[in-house]
Design a protein around this ligand. Structure first.
Ligand SMILES: [Zn+2]
Length: 125
């Protein structure tokens, strides 16, 4: 399952962001995951727990923000008829090929970490 590699990478990025600012343990990491990124959020959260377990960041929450892909027809606009998780090749109204936009996100959006020294101040990036 490639979610494990992904969780390791997310942790590496988040850790680098916190270290750069002299931060302590991670509190939460927010990631954007698109419809088309081929990632199962529950598997990613499971992998995340396994990655941070036993480290100083064991308490860090992984927050997944789901980004839906849109299908648009050049003539009719967004096609809302499609069922979740399914894709249409042609516009159900006029038969034109559809364009897919968005939904390919896979980004670390926000990293929240405690202050390395006091644990009171919080940093975010
Ligand atoms: Zn159309």
């Amino acid at each position: 399952m490639h979610e494990t590699g992904l969780a390791i990478e997310i942790h590496r990025i988040a850790r680098a962001v916190a270290d750069e600012r002299g931060g302590g343990a991670l509190e939460s990491v927010t990631v954007a995951v698109g419809d088309l990124a081929a990632v199962e959020p529950p598997l990613l959260e499971f992998a995340w727990r396994a990655v941070v377990e036993g480290s100083a960041d064991a308490g860090a929450a992984l927050i997944v923000e789901w980004e839906r892909a849109r299908q648009d027809c050049a003539s009719c606009g967004e096609i809302a008829e499609r069922a979740p998780g399914s894709w249409l090749r042609l516009c159900p109204r006029c038969g034109e090929p559809l364009r897919v936009t968005g939904g390919d996100a896979l980004d670390v959006l926000r990293v929240v970490f405690g202050d390395g020294a006091s644990g009171r101040e919080r940093g975010a990036a």
